[in-house]
Write a protein that binds this ligand. Structure first.
Ligand code: FAD
Length: 565
Protein backbone atom coordinates (compact mmCIF):
# COMPACT_ATOMS: atom_id res chain seq x y z
CA UNK A 1 0.00 0.00 0.00
CA UNK A 2 1.36 3.48 -0.81
CA UNK A 3 0.03 6.28 1.38
CA UNK A 4 0.67 9.98 1.84
CA UNK A 5 1.60 11.42 5.22
CA UNK A 6 -0.34 14.56 4.40
CA UNK A 7 -3.54 12.44 4.69
CA UNK A 8 -2.80 11.46 8.31
CA UNK A 9 -4.61 13.50 10.96
CA UNK A 10 -2.56 15.97 12.94
CA UNK A 11 -1.57 14.46 16.27
CA UNK A 12 -2.57 10.90 15.26
CA UNK A 13 -0.62 7.86 16.37
CA UNK A 14 0.25 5.30 13.67
CA UNK A 15 1.47 1.87 14.77
CA UNK A 16 3.46 -0.99 13.23
CA UNK A 17 5.57 -3.99 14.16
CA UNK A 18 8.56 -2.67 12.25
CA UNK A 19 9.01 0.91 11.09
CA UNK A 20 11.62 1.43 8.37
CA UNK A 21 12.70 5.05 7.95
CA UNK A 22 13.79 5.70 4.35
CA UNK A 23 12.81 4.01 1.09
CA UNK A 24 16.10 3.80 -0.79
CA UNK A 25 17.87 0.57 -1.73
CA UNK A 26 18.24 -0.50 1.91
CA UNK A 27 14.73 0.38 3.10
CA UNK A 28 13.00 -1.11 0.05
CA UNK A 29 15.08 -4.31 0.28
CA UNK A 30 13.93 -4.76 3.88
CA UNK A 31 10.29 -4.02 3.02
CA UNK A 32 10.32 -6.49 0.11
CA UNK A 33 11.95 -9.14 2.23
CA UNK A 34 9.24 -8.82 4.88
CA UNK A 35 6.35 -8.67 2.36
CA UNK A 36 4.72 -12.01 3.15
CA UNK A 37 6.23 -12.62 6.55
CA UNK A 38 3.25 -11.66 8.69
CA UNK A 39 5.17 -8.66 10.02
CA UNK A 40 3.26 -5.38 9.83
CA UNK A 41 5.73 -2.95 8.23
CA UNK A 42 5.48 0.81 7.93
CA UNK A 43 8.02 2.55 5.67
CA UNK A 44 8.31 6.29 6.25
CA UNK A 45 9.79 8.08 3.25
CA UNK A 46 10.53 11.79 3.18
CA UNK A 47 10.13 12.16 -0.58
CA UNK A 48 7.36 11.42 -3.02
CA UNK A 49 7.23 9.60 -6.30
CA UNK A 50 8.84 12.53 -8.12
CA UNK A 51 11.78 14.81 -7.53
CA UNK A 52 10.91 17.89 -5.42
CA UNK A 53 13.24 20.82 -4.89
CA UNK A 54 11.71 21.67 -1.52
CA UNK A 55 12.17 18.12 -0.19
CA UNK A 56 15.67 17.82 -1.65
CA UNK A 57 16.68 21.04 0.11
CA UNK A 58 16.15 19.28 3.46
CA UNK A 59 19.48 17.58 2.63
CA UNK A 60 21.39 20.89 2.43
CA UNK A 61 24.25 21.40 4.88
CA UNK A 62 27.78 22.73 5.08
CA UNK A 63 31.23 21.34 4.36
CA UNK A 64 34.52 22.21 6.04
CA UNK A 65 36.31 22.62 2.71
CA UNK A 66 34.27 22.85 -0.51
CA UNK A 67 37.31 21.65 -2.50
CA UNK A 68 37.37 18.42 -0.50
CA UNK A 69 33.69 17.45 -0.46
CA UNK A 70 30.55 18.29 -2.45
CA UNK A 71 27.64 20.03 -0.71
CA UNK A 72 25.59 17.45 1.24
CA UNK A 73 22.48 17.93 -0.94
CA UNK A 74 24.45 16.66 -3.96
CA UNK A 75 25.08 12.96 -4.63
CA UNK A 76 21.97 12.02 -2.63
CA UNK A 77 18.30 11.98 -3.63
CA UNK A 78 15.48 12.49 -1.17
CA UNK A 79 12.58 10.67 -2.85
CA UNK A 80 11.11 7.18 -3.21
CA UNK A 81 14.03 5.01 -4.35
CA UNK A 82 16.57 7.35 -2.74
CA UNK A 83 19.85 7.69 -4.62
CA UNK A 84 19.11 4.66 -6.82
CA UNK A 85 17.09 7.17 -8.87
CA UNK A 86 20.45 8.45 -10.18
CA UNK A 87 23.03 5.73 -9.42
CA UNK A 88 25.34 4.19 -12.01
CA UNK A 89 24.48 0.56 -11.20
CA UNK A 90 28.02 -0.81 -10.81
CA UNK A 91 27.77 -3.93 -8.62
CA UNK A 92 30.31 -6.18 -6.97
CA UNK A 93 30.59 -7.91 -3.59
CA UNK A 94 33.21 -7.09 -0.97
CA UNK A 95 36.35 -9.25 -0.96
CA UNK A 96 37.25 -11.57 1.96
CA UNK A 97 40.17 -9.32 2.99
CA UNK A 98 37.81 -6.35 3.46
CA UNK A 99 36.45 -7.96 6.63
CA UNK A 100 39.87 -8.69 8.15
CA UNK A 101 41.76 -6.62 10.71
CA UNK A 102 44.98 -5.50 8.98
CA UNK A 103 47.72 -3.92 11.07
CA UNK A 104 48.54 -1.44 8.28
CA UNK A 105 44.93 -0.16 7.96
CA UNK A 106 43.98 1.57 11.22
CA UNK A 107 40.60 0.59 12.68
CA UNK A 108 40.09 -2.15 10.08
CA UNK A 109 38.24 -5.42 10.71
CA UNK A 110 34.55 -6.28 10.78
CA UNK A 111 33.01 -8.32 13.60
CA UNK A 112 31.42 -10.50 10.89
CA UNK A 113 33.09 -12.16 7.93
CA UNK A 114 32.14 -12.57 4.29
CA UNK A 115 30.61 -15.98 5.14
CA UNK A 116 27.88 -14.23 7.12
CA UNK A 117 26.93 -12.01 4.17
CA UNK A 118 27.42 -14.63 1.45
CA UNK A 119 23.92 -16.19 1.76
CA UNK A 120 22.35 -12.79 1.05
CA UNK A 121 24.45 -11.63 -1.92
CA UNK A 122 22.64 -13.70 -4.62
CA UNK A 123 19.24 -12.27 -3.62
CA UNK A 124 20.81 -8.78 -3.44
CA UNK A 125 22.03 -9.33 -6.99
CA UNK A 126 18.48 -10.22 -8.03
CA UNK A 127 17.04 -7.05 -6.45
CA UNK A 128 19.74 -4.95 -8.13
CA UNK A 129 18.92 -6.75 -11.41
CA UNK A 130 22.56 -7.59 -11.96
CA UNK A 131 21.89 -11.16 -13.11
CA UNK A 132 23.62 -14.24 -11.71
CA UNK A 133 25.89 -13.82 -8.73
CA UNK A 134 28.97 -14.57 -10.84
CA UNK A 135 31.83 -12.14 -10.29
CA UNK A 136 34.72 -13.85 -12.03
CA UNK A 137 35.02 -14.23 -15.79
CA UNK A 138 35.31 -18.00 -15.35
CA UNK A 139 31.98 -18.18 -13.52
CA UNK A 140 30.16 -15.68 -15.70
CA UNK A 141 31.18 -16.82 -19.19
CA UNK A 142 31.09 -20.48 -20.31
CA UNK A 143 34.43 -20.15 -22.14
CA UNK A 144 35.96 -17.79 -19.55
CA UNK A 145 35.33 -14.76 -21.78
CA UNK A 146 37.86 -12.64 -23.62
CA UNK A 147 40.93 -11.71 -21.57
CA UNK A 148 41.31 -8.04 -20.73
CA UNK A 149 44.86 -7.99 -22.09
CA UNK A 150 46.09 -10.97 -24.09
CA UNK A 151 48.95 -12.68 -22.28
CA UNK A 152 48.74 -10.60 -19.10
CA UNK A 153 49.05 -12.61 -15.89
CA UNK A 154 50.10 -10.20 -13.18
CA UNK A 155 51.86 -11.16 -9.99
CA UNK A 156 50.21 -8.40 -7.98
CA UNK A 157 47.14 -7.86 -10.16
CA UNK A 158 44.42 -10.10 -11.53
CA UNK A 159 42.12 -9.20 -14.42
CA UNK A 160 39.71 -12.06 -13.78
CA UNK A 161 37.20 -10.38 -11.46
CA UNK A 162 34.19 -8.57 -12.88
CA UNK A 163 31.93 -5.66 -12.23
CA UNK A 164 28.33 -6.37 -13.23
CA UNK A 165 25.92 -3.58 -14.05
CA UNK A 166 22.39 -3.12 -12.84
CA UNK A 167 19.91 -1.66 -15.42
CA UNK A 168 20.54 0.66 -13.38
CA UNK A 169 17.49 -0.23 -11.31
CA UNK A 170 15.62 2.62 -9.66
CA UNK A 171 14.31 0.79 -6.59
CA UNK A 172 11.42 3.27 -6.24
CA UNK A 173 9.87 2.84 -9.66
CA UNK A 174 10.89 -0.81 -10.11
CA UNK A 175 9.33 -2.07 -6.86
CA UNK A 176 6.49 0.41 -6.49
CA UNK A 177 3.80 -1.91 -7.87
CA UNK A 178 4.88 -4.76 -5.59
CA UNK A 179 4.80 -2.46 -2.56
CA UNK A 180 1.47 -0.90 -3.62
CA UNK A 181 -0.27 -4.26 -3.78
CA UNK A 182 0.96 -5.43 -0.37
CA UNK A 183 -1.46 -5.51 2.54
CA UNK A 184 1.20 -5.88 5.22
CA UNK A 185 3.66 -3.23 4.02
CA UNK A 186 2.56 0.40 4.05
CA UNK A 187 4.87 2.92 2.39
CA UNK A 188 4.07 6.44 3.50
CA UNK A 189 5.51 9.21 1.32
CA UNK A 190 6.21 12.79 2.43
CA UNK A 191 6.77 11.48 5.97
CA UNK A 192 9.87 13.06 7.53
CA UNK A 193 11.08 11.58 10.77
CA UNK A 194 12.23 14.52 12.86
CA UNK A 195 12.80 13.04 16.32
CA UNK A 196 13.15 9.70 18.10
CA UNK A 197 12.01 9.69 21.72
CA UNK A 198 13.23 7.22 24.33
CA UNK A 199 11.11 5.58 27.05
CA UNK A 200 11.64 6.44 30.71
CA UNK A 201 14.31 3.74 31.12
CA UNK A 202 16.24 5.23 28.19
CA UNK A 203 16.60 1.84 26.46
CA UNK A 204 13.86 1.80 23.79
CA UNK A 205 12.49 4.20 21.21
CA UNK A 206 8.96 4.79 22.35
CA UNK A 207 7.88 7.22 19.70
CA UNK A 208 8.93 8.72 16.39
CA UNK A 209 7.89 12.25 15.55
CA UNK A 210 6.89 12.66 11.89
CA UNK A 211 6.33 15.95 10.07
CA UNK A 212 5.34 16.93 6.56
CA UNK A 213 6.46 20.06 4.78
CA UNK A 214 2.90 21.49 4.56
CA UNK A 215 2.71 21.28 8.38
CA UNK A 216 1.25 17.94 9.50
CA UNK A 217 2.75 16.41 12.65
CA UNK A 218 1.96 12.96 14.05
CA UNK A 219 3.53 10.08 15.98
CA UNK A 220 4.57 6.55 15.13
CA UNK A 221 4.81 3.74 17.67
CA UNK A 222 6.66 0.65 16.47
CA UNK A 223 8.27 -2.29 18.21
CA UNK A 224 11.37 -2.03 16.12
CA UNK A 225 12.75 0.82 14.09
CA UNK A 226 15.24 0.68 11.24
CA UNK A 227 17.03 3.80 10.06
CA UNK A 228 17.65 3.32 6.33
CA UNK A 229 18.32 6.94 5.48
CA UNK A 230 21.84 6.71 4.01
CA UNK A 231 25.35 7.14 5.37
CA UNK A 232 25.10 10.86 6.09
CA UNK A 233 21.49 11.19 7.18
CA UNK A 234 21.76 8.35 9.73
CA UNK A 235 24.18 10.58 11.63
CA UNK A 236 21.85 13.54 11.39
CA UNK A 237 18.84 11.67 12.75
CA UNK A 238 20.81 10.09 15.59
CA UNK A 239 22.47 13.32 16.67
CA UNK A 240 19.29 15.40 16.41
CA UNK A 241 17.69 13.31 19.18
CA UNK A 242 19.47 13.75 22.54
CA UNK A 243 19.41 10.08 23.61
CA UNK A 244 20.22 8.89 27.13
CA UNK A 245 23.64 10.58 27.12
CA UNK A 246 22.31 13.93 25.91
CA UNK A 247 24.94 13.75 23.14
CA UNK A 248 22.74 12.06 20.56
CA UNK A 249 21.15 8.64 20.25
CA UNK A 250 23.74 5.87 20.31
CA UNK A 251 26.43 8.49 20.86
CA UNK A 252 27.35 7.91 24.49
CA UNK A 253 30.97 7.33 23.41
CA UNK A 254 31.13 10.09 20.77
CA UNK A 255 31.49 7.64 17.87
CA UNK A 256 28.45 8.61 15.74
CA UNK A 257 29.61 10.55 12.66
CA UNK A 258 33.30 9.60 12.97
CA UNK A 259 35.30 7.33 10.60
CA UNK A 260 33.55 8.90 7.59
CA UNK A 261 34.87 7.35 4.37
CA UNK A 262 34.28 7.84 0.68
CA UNK A 263 36.40 6.04 -1.92
CA UNK A 264 39.72 7.31 -3.26
CA UNK A 265 39.33 7.85 -6.98
CA UNK A 266 41.06 9.55 -9.89
CA UNK A 267 42.36 9.21 -13.42
CA UNK A 268 46.09 8.98 -13.84
CA UNK A 269 49.11 8.12 -15.97
CA UNK A 270 49.65 6.81 -19.47
CA UNK A 271 49.32 3.14 -20.31
CA UNK A 272 50.68 2.24 -23.75
CA UNK A 273 50.31 -1.25 -25.17
CA UNK A 274 52.70 -2.72 -27.68
CA UNK A 275 51.36 -2.91 -31.25
CA UNK A 276 49.47 -6.13 -31.76
CA UNK A 277 48.52 -6.72 -28.10
CA UNK A 278 44.78 -7.50 -28.01
CA UNK A 279 43.07 -5.25 -25.47
CA UNK A 280 39.48 -5.82 -24.34
CA UNK A 281 38.36 -2.35 -23.29
CA UNK A 282 34.76 -1.79 -22.24
CA UNK A 283 31.81 -4.06 -21.56
CA UNK A 284 30.89 -7.61 -22.46
CA UNK A 285 27.35 -8.94 -22.26
CA UNK A 286 27.14 -12.05 -20.10
CA UNK A 287 24.99 -14.98 -21.24
CA UNK A 288 22.25 -13.68 -18.90
CA UNK A 289 22.32 -10.31 -20.68
CA UNK A 290 24.17 -8.20 -18.11
CA UNK A 291 26.97 -5.75 -18.96
CA UNK A 292 30.17 -6.92 -17.29
CA UNK A 293 33.58 -5.31 -17.14
CA UNK A 294 37.01 -6.53 -16.16
CA UNK A 295 39.50 -4.41 -14.30
CA UNK A 296 42.92 -4.69 -12.68
CA UNK A 297 42.31 -5.89 -9.10
CA UNK A 298 45.09 -5.92 -6.50
CA UNK A 299 45.39 -9.49 -5.21
CA UNK A 300 45.09 -10.04 -1.47
CA UNK A 301 48.68 -11.27 -0.91
CA UNK A 302 49.91 -8.19 -2.79
CA UNK A 303 47.82 -5.91 -0.57
CA UNK A 304 49.47 -7.49 2.45
CA UNK A 305 52.96 -7.36 0.97
CA UNK A 306 52.54 -3.69 -0.02
CA UNK A 307 50.69 -2.86 3.22
CA UNK A 308 48.09 -1.19 1.02
CA UNK A 309 44.31 -1.01 1.14
CA UNK A 310 42.11 -2.66 -1.45
CA UNK A 311 42.50 -1.23 -4.95
CA UNK A 312 41.19 -1.61 -8.51
CA UNK A 313 41.91 0.28 -11.74
CA UNK A 314 40.07 0.35 -15.06
CA UNK A 315 41.25 1.28 -18.52
CA UNK A 316 40.11 4.79 -19.26
CA UNK A 317 40.16 7.26 -22.09
CA UNK A 318 42.70 10.11 -21.93
CA UNK A 319 41.78 13.04 -19.69
CA UNK A 320 38.92 14.89 -21.35
CA UNK A 321 40.10 18.37 -20.40
CA UNK A 322 43.25 18.15 -22.53
CA UNK A 323 42.39 18.60 -26.24
CA UNK A 324 45.59 16.75 -27.17
CA UNK A 325 43.49 13.54 -27.12
CA UNK A 326 42.07 14.67 -30.51
CA UNK A 327 38.85 12.74 -29.93
CA UNK A 328 35.73 14.56 -31.07
CA UNK A 329 33.28 12.98 -28.65
CA UNK A 330 35.51 13.66 -25.61
CA UNK A 331 35.81 17.30 -26.67
CA UNK A 332 32.06 17.53 -27.25
CA UNK A 333 31.31 16.11 -23.78
CA UNK A 334 33.81 18.51 -22.28
CA UNK A 335 32.28 21.54 -24.00
CA UNK A 336 28.74 20.38 -23.14
CA UNK A 337 29.65 19.57 -19.53
CA UNK A 338 27.17 22.11 -18.10
CA UNK A 339 24.31 20.09 -19.57
CA UNK A 340 25.43 16.99 -17.66
CA UNK A 341 23.94 16.52 -14.16
CA UNK A 342 26.26 17.77 -11.38
CA UNK A 343 26.94 14.27 -10.05
CA UNK A 344 28.31 13.08 -13.39
CA UNK A 345 29.64 16.40 -14.72
CA UNK A 346 31.78 17.27 -11.69
CA UNK A 347 34.47 14.76 -12.51
CA UNK A 348 34.68 16.06 -16.09
CA UNK A 349 36.04 19.41 -15.12
CA UNK A 350 36.50 20.05 -11.41
CA UNK A 351 34.93 23.48 -11.73
CA UNK A 352 37.60 25.41 -13.68
CA UNK A 353 36.35 27.72 -16.46
CA UNK A 354 37.17 26.73 -20.06
CA UNK A 355 39.97 28.90 -21.44
CA UNK A 356 39.51 30.34 -24.93
CA UNK A 357 42.53 28.64 -26.42
CA UNK A 358 41.50 25.26 -25.08
CA UNK A 359 37.89 25.80 -26.24
CA UNK A 360 39.13 26.45 -29.79
CA UNK A 361 41.25 23.29 -29.75
CA UNK A 362 38.29 21.25 -28.47
CA UNK A 363 36.06 22.73 -31.15
CA UNK A 364 38.61 21.75 -33.76
CA UNK A 365 38.49 18.16 -32.46
CA UNK A 366 34.71 18.19 -32.74
CA UNK A 367 34.75 19.46 -36.32
CA UNK A 368 37.46 17.02 -37.40
CA UNK A 369 35.64 14.01 -35.99
CA UNK A 370 32.05 14.55 -37.15
CA UNK A 371 31.69 10.92 -38.30
CA UNK A 372 32.90 9.56 -34.97
CA UNK A 373 30.50 11.84 -33.12
CA UNK A 374 27.49 10.77 -35.19
CA UNK A 375 28.35 7.10 -34.65
CA UNK A 376 28.73 7.66 -30.90
CA UNK A 377 25.46 9.59 -30.60
CA UNK A 378 23.57 6.85 -32.43
CA UNK A 379 25.09 4.19 -30.13
CA UNK A 380 24.20 6.30 -27.08
CA UNK A 381 20.60 6.89 -28.24
CA UNK A 382 20.05 3.21 -29.04
CA UNK A 383 21.96 1.54 -26.20
CA UNK A 384 21.54 4.09 -23.42
CA UNK A 385 18.49 6.28 -24.01
CA UNK A 386 16.13 3.70 -25.51
CA UNK A 387 17.41 0.48 -23.96
CA UNK A 388 15.80 -0.90 -20.78
CA UNK A 389 19.21 -2.20 -19.68
CA UNK A 390 21.43 0.78 -20.31
CA UNK A 391 24.96 0.79 -21.67
CA UNK A 392 26.81 1.74 -18.48
CA UNK A 393 29.21 4.52 -19.44
CA UNK A 394 31.11 6.32 -22.18
CA UNK A 395 33.71 3.98 -23.69
CA UNK A 396 36.12 5.41 -26.24
CA UNK A 397 38.36 3.09 -28.19
CA UNK A 398 41.49 5.14 -28.84
CA UNK A 399 43.03 5.15 -32.30
CA UNK A 400 46.42 4.38 -30.80
CA UNK A 401 46.61 1.86 -27.90
CA UNK A 402 47.05 4.56 -25.23
CA UNK A 403 44.92 4.79 -22.11
CA UNK A 404 44.86 6.41 -18.72
CA UNK A 405 43.85 4.47 -15.59
CA UNK A 406 40.76 5.16 -13.55
CA UNK A 407 41.47 3.99 -9.99
CA UNK A 408 39.05 3.27 -7.15
CA UNK A 409 40.53 2.42 -3.77
CA UNK A 410 39.70 1.75 -0.17
CA UNK A 411 39.95 4.66 2.25
CA UNK A 412 41.33 4.00 5.72
CA UNK A 413 38.85 4.59 8.59
CA UNK A 414 39.88 7.76 10.40
CA UNK A 415 38.10 9.08 13.52
CA UNK A 416 39.01 12.65 12.56
CA UNK A 417 37.10 12.35 9.27
CA UNK A 418 33.78 13.41 10.61
CA UNK A 419 30.15 14.37 10.12
CA UNK A 420 28.62 16.58 12.84
CA UNK A 421 25.66 18.91 13.23
CA UNK A 422 25.92 22.52 12.09
CA UNK A 423 24.17 25.43 13.76
CA UNK A 424 21.53 26.04 11.08
CA UNK A 425 18.16 24.28 11.15
CA UNK A 426 15.98 23.08 8.26
CA UNK A 427 12.29 24.11 7.94
CA UNK A 428 11.28 21.04 10.00
CA UNK A 429 13.52 22.10 12.89
CA UNK A 430 16.41 19.61 12.44
CA UNK A 431 19.94 20.90 12.66
CA UNK A 432 21.71 20.55 9.35
CA UNK A 433 24.86 18.50 8.71
CA UNK A 434 28.44 19.67 8.67
CA UNK A 435 30.89 17.44 6.78
CA UNK A 436 34.63 17.40 7.44
CA UNK A 437 36.00 14.64 5.21
CA UNK A 438 39.70 13.86 5.64
CA UNK A 439 42.17 11.42 4.18
CA UNK A 440 45.42 10.02 5.59
CA UNK A 441 48.99 9.34 4.44
CA UNK A 442 48.02 5.64 4.35
CA UNK A 443 45.43 6.51 1.70
CA UNK A 444 48.09 8.15 -0.48
CA UNK A 445 50.35 5.15 0.10
CA UNK A 446 47.60 2.73 -0.98
CA UNK A 447 47.24 4.41 -4.36
CA UNK A 448 50.95 5.08 -4.93
CA UNK A 449 52.09 1.56 -4.02
CA UNK A 450 49.32 -0.09 -6.02
CA UNK A 451 50.03 1.94 -9.16
CA UNK A 452 53.75 1.19 -8.88
CA UNK A 453 53.01 -2.54 -8.57
CA UNK A 454 50.73 -2.34 -11.59
CA UNK A 455 53.45 -0.61 -13.63
CA UNK A 456 55.80 -3.50 -12.67
CA UNK A 457 53.22 -6.13 -13.67
CA UNK A 458 52.59 -4.52 -17.05
CA UNK A 459 56.30 -4.20 -17.77
CA UNK A 460 56.96 -7.81 -16.70
CA UNK A 461 54.13 -9.12 -18.91
CA UNK A 462 55.73 -7.53 -21.98
CA UNK A 463 52.33 -6.06 -22.96
CA UNK A 464 53.45 -2.45 -22.73
CA UNK A 465 54.27 0.21 -20.17
CA UNK A 466 52.46 2.31 -17.59
CA UNK A 467 53.91 5.62 -16.48
CA UNK A 468 52.73 8.00 -13.81
CA UNK A 469 54.31 10.53 -11.46
CA UNK A 470 54.32 9.48 -7.79
CA UNK A 471 53.77 13.07 -6.69
CA UNK A 472 50.81 13.38 -9.05
CA UNK A 473 48.88 10.78 -7.02
CA UNK A 474 47.81 12.94 -4.09
CA UNK A 475 46.90 15.83 -6.41
CA UNK A 476 44.79 13.52 -8.51
CA UNK A 477 43.07 11.97 -5.47
CA UNK A 478 42.02 15.48 -4.46
CA UNK A 479 41.29 16.94 -7.89
CA UNK A 480 37.55 16.51 -7.41
CA UNK A 481 37.59 15.98 -3.63
CA UNK A 482 35.99 12.99 -1.91
CA UNK A 483 34.35 10.48 -4.24
CA UNK A 484 30.72 11.57 -4.49
CA UNK A 485 27.95 9.12 -3.71
CA UNK A 486 29.53 6.61 -1.34
CA UNK A 487 28.97 7.67 2.29
CA UNK A 488 30.50 5.04 4.53
CA UNK A 489 31.41 4.20 8.13
CA UNK A 490 29.68 6.89 10.18
CA UNK A 491 27.69 4.47 12.36
CA UNK A 492 30.19 1.64 12.37
CA UNK A 493 29.54 -1.95 13.35
CA UNK A 494 31.55 -3.52 16.16
CA UNK A 495 31.39 -5.40 19.42
CA UNK A 496 32.77 -2.64 21.65
CA UNK A 497 30.37 0.27 22.31
CA UNK A 498 33.36 2.53 22.94
CA UNK A 499 34.52 2.23 19.34
CA UNK A 500 31.35 1.33 17.43
CA UNK A 501 27.67 2.28 17.28
CA UNK A 502 25.85 -0.87 16.15
CA UNK A 503 26.34 -4.55 16.95
CA UNK A 504 26.60 -7.46 14.52
CA UNK A 505 22.80 -7.41 14.04
CA UNK A 506 23.06 -3.69 13.08
CA UNK A 507 21.29 -2.81 16.35
CA UNK A 508 22.41 0.37 18.11
CA UNK A 509 24.32 -0.75 21.24
CA UNK A 510 22.57 1.75 23.47
CA UNK A 511 19.00 1.27 22.20
CA UNK A 512 17.27 -2.12 22.27
CA UNK A 513 14.82 -1.56 19.38
CA UNK A 514 16.79 0.69 16.99
CA UNK A 515 18.67 -0.66 13.95
CA UNK A 516 20.65 0.99 11.15
CA UNK A 517 20.73 -0.27 7.54
CA UNK A 518 23.13 1.01 4.91
CA UNK A 519 26.76 1.86 4.31
CA UNK A 520 26.89 3.87 7.55
CA UNK A 521 27.50 0.59 9.41
CA UNK A 522 30.40 -0.62 7.22
CA UNK A 523 33.58 -0.52 9.36
CA UNK A 524 35.73 -0.40 6.20
CA UNK A 525 35.05 0.67 2.64
CA UNK A 526 36.67 -1.94 0.34
CA UNK A 527 37.43 -1.08 -3.28
CA UNK A 528 33.85 -2.08 -4.10
CA UNK A 529 30.98 0.29 -4.77
CA UNK A 530 28.68 -0.08 -1.78
CA UNK A 531 25.12 -0.73 -2.94
CA UNK A 532 25.20 -4.50 -3.50
CA UNK A 533 26.61 -4.91 0.01
CA UNK A 534 24.08 -2.41 1.42
CA UNK A 535 21.30 -4.56 -0.02
CA UNK A 536 22.87 -7.84 1.17
CA UNK A 537 23.25 -6.45 4.72
CA UNK A 538 19.68 -5.12 4.59
CA UNK A 539 18.40 -8.58 3.64
CA UNK A 540 20.38 -10.06 6.51
CA UNK A 541 18.83 -7.51 8.86
CA UNK A 542 15.35 -8.31 7.50
CA UNK A 543 15.94 -11.97 8.24
CA UNK A 544 16.93 -11.05 11.82
CA UNK A 545 13.82 -8.85 12.19
CA UNK A 546 11.60 -11.65 10.96
CA UNK A 547 13.19 -14.07 13.41
CA UNK A 548 12.71 -11.77 16.41
CA UNK A 549 9.23 -10.56 15.44
CA UNK A 550 7.40 -13.68 14.23
CA UNK A 551 6.93 -16.74 16.45
CA UNK A 552 6.91 -20.34 15.24
CA UNK A 553 3.14 -20.28 14.66
CA UNK A 554 3.62 -17.36 12.28
CA UNK A 555 2.19 -14.77 14.67
CA UNK A 556 3.98 -11.60 15.63
CA UNK A 557 5.28 -12.47 19.06
CA UNK A 558 4.06 -9.47 21.01
CA UNK A 559 0.49 -8.37 21.75
CA UNK A 560 -1.49 -6.78 18.92
CA UNK A 561 -1.24 -3.04 18.49
CA UNK A 562 -3.85 -0.65 17.23
CA UNK A 563 -3.35 -0.01 13.53
CA UNK A 564 -3.56 3.53 12.28
CA UNK A 565 -3.53 5.26 8.89
C1 FAD B 1 25.64 9.74 -9.06
C2 FAD B 1 25.72 8.49 -8.22
C3 FAD B 1 26.18 7.31 -8.79
C4 FAD B 1 26.27 6.15 -8.01
N1 FAD B 1 26.70 4.99 -8.59
C5 FAD B 1 26.80 3.87 -7.86
C6 FAD B 1 27.22 2.66 -8.47
O1 FAD B 1 27.50 2.60 -9.66
N2 FAD B 1 27.30 1.55 -7.66
C7 FAD B 1 27.01 1.59 -6.34
O2 FAD B 1 27.14 0.57 -5.67
N3 FAD B 1 26.59 2.73 -5.76
C8 FAD B 1 26.46 3.86 -6.48
N4 FAD B 1 26.02 5.01 -5.90
C9 FAD B 1 25.65 4.98 -4.47
C10 FAD B 1 24.22 4.45 -4.30
O3 FAD B 1 23.32 5.29 -4.95
C11 FAD B 1 23.93 4.41 -2.79
O4 FAD B 1 24.88 3.56 -2.19
C12 FAD B 1 22.56 3.82 -2.47
O5 FAD B 1 21.56 4.41 -3.24
C13 FAD B 1 22.30 4.03 -0.97
O6 FAD B 1 21.06 3.47 -0.64
P1 FAD B 1 20.43 3.70 0.80
O7 FAD B 1 19.09 3.07 0.76
O8 FAD B 1 21.37 3.28 1.85
O9 FAD B 1 20.31 5.29 0.97
P2 FAD B 1 19.54 6.38 0.10
O10 FAD B 1 19.49 5.99 -1.31
O11 FAD B 1 20.19 7.67 0.43
O12 FAD B 1 18.06 6.37 0.65
C14 FAD B 1 17.70 6.98 1.85
C15 FAD B 1 16.23 7.34 1.80
O13 FAD B 1 15.88 7.88 3.07
C16 FAD B 1 15.00 8.97 2.89
N5 FAD B 1 15.12 9.86 4.06
C17 FAD B 1 16.17 10.61 4.42
N6 FAD B 1 15.93 11.25 5.57
C18 FAD B 1 14.68 10.90 5.95
C19 FAD B 1 13.87 11.23 7.06
N7 FAD B 1 14.28 12.06 8.02
N8 FAD B 1 12.62 10.67 7.15
C20 FAD B 1 12.18 9.82 6.20
N9 FAD B 1 12.92 9.48 5.12
C21 FAD B 1 14.16 10.00 5.00
C22 FAD B 1 15.48 9.61 1.60
O14 FAD B 1 14.45 10.38 1.00
C23 FAD B 1 15.88 8.40 0.77
O15 FAD B 1 14.84 7.93 -0.04
C24 FAD B 1 25.90 6.18 -6.64
C25 FAD B 1 25.42 7.37 -6.07
C26 FAD B 1 25.33 8.51 -6.84
C27 FAD B 1 24.79 9.77 -6.22
Amino acid sequence: MILDANDVENGACVTADVCVVGAGAAGIAIALSLLDSGVDVLVLESGGLEDSRETQSLYAGTVEDPAMHSPPDRYRQRRLGGSTTIWGGRCMPFDPIDFEARDYEAFSGWPIGLAELAPFYPQANVLCEAGRFAYTAREAFPDGGRPMIAGFEGQAFSTDTLERFSCPTDFGSRYRARLSSSRTVRVMCHANVTAMKLDAAGRRIEELEVKTLPGKCFRVHARRIVLAVGGLESVRLLLNSPGASGRGLGNGHDVVGRYYMCHLAGTIGTLVFRDGVAVNHGYELSPDGVYCRRRFALREPAQQALRAGNFVARLHHPRMTDPAHRTGILSLLYLARFMIPYEYGKRLHGGEPIRLRSAVAHLRNVLADAGGIVAFLWHWFRDRTLAARKFPSVIIHPRRPRYSLDFHAEQEPNPQSRVTLGAERDPLGLRRLHVDWRYSSQDVHTVQASLAALADDIRASGAGSFQFEQDEVEREMLRYGAYGGHHIGTVRMGTDPRTSVVDTDCRVHEVDNLYVAGSAVFPTSSQANPTLTIVALALRLASHLRAVTVDRAGNTAESPVQKGA
